[in-house]
Design a protein around this ligand. Structure first.
Ligand code: HEM
Length: 191
């Protein structure tokens, strides 16, 4: 059952989700291997910046560790031909500092992306023939997606500061939209 805080958070971020979904243009971007690689390169920068900030704010590695996806991005990019130095040199945005509730709000955006990501992952698999290799980021929690999301929603309801949580979620959606929808290829510069 959806909790009250979650219901309010989903409503407060609905416009931001729509904006990201609209501007991302994922179907066009994943249509080619080069486009898919570039999209992953952008996600890589975002996760490289935001995961440490969220981890520091939550200070609960048992909860956050299984939700980190930076290593999955690195594995996918390696499978797509980037070498470790090129991956490490990919540009990243700067992330804010998050306290506990704000960290949970930022993580809401990253965890929620594993839901729609299941649809996108299936499309990428069908287009490019990837199974586990090359698709680790979008597979994310795979068959455990529902269970991971339920556990995350239960955690959401414990947030101490709903205003900070909501503001961080909206700001993270917007930061992600700006970062993912920037011009030009960044992976081809690193390859
Ligand atoms: C990186 C981009 C995206 C982010 C950060 C993101 C974020 C989120 C978040 C936070 C939720 C949870 C909403 C809730 O509280 O119930 C969600 C759900 C969902 N999103 Fe996205 N989303 C992204 C892109 C997309 C795209 C491109 C699609 C279209 C394929 C999509 C489809 C969905 C679907 C189907 C759900 C699940 C709704 C449900 O099961 O109740 N998302 N997303």
């Amino acid at each position: 059952m959806i909790g009250d805080l979650h219901r309010r958070l989903r409503a407060a971020t609905a416009t931001a989700h729509e904006g990201l979904e609209r501007d991302l243009g994922w179907e066009r971007r994943v249509a080619t291997r080069a486009g898919y690689r570039d999209l992953l390169a952008r996600f890589r920068g975002f996760h490289a910046a935001y995961e440490p900030a969220i981890g520091a704010g939550l200070a609960d590695e048992a909860f956050f560790g299984p939700r980190r996806r930076l290593a999955r991005l690195d594995a996918d990019l390696a499978h797509l031909g980037l070498d470790p130095a090129g991956i490490a040199a990919l540009p990243a945005p700067s992330a804010p500092r998050f306290d506990g509730s704000a960290a949970l709000g930022a993580l809401y955006v990253l965890e929620g992306s594993t839901l729609g990501g299941q649809v996108i992952g299936r499309r990428i698999a069908a287009l490019h023939g990837f199974e586990a290799r090359g698709l680790a980021y979008y597979r994310a929690h795979g068959p455990a997606t529902g269970a991971m999301w339920s556990a995350f929603r239960a955690r959401l309801e414990t947030a101490a500061d709903e205003t900070a949580l909501t503001e961080a979620a909206v700001a993270t959606f917007e930061a992600m939209r700006v970062w993912l929808c920037g011009d030009g290829s960044i992976a081809s510069r690193a390859a």
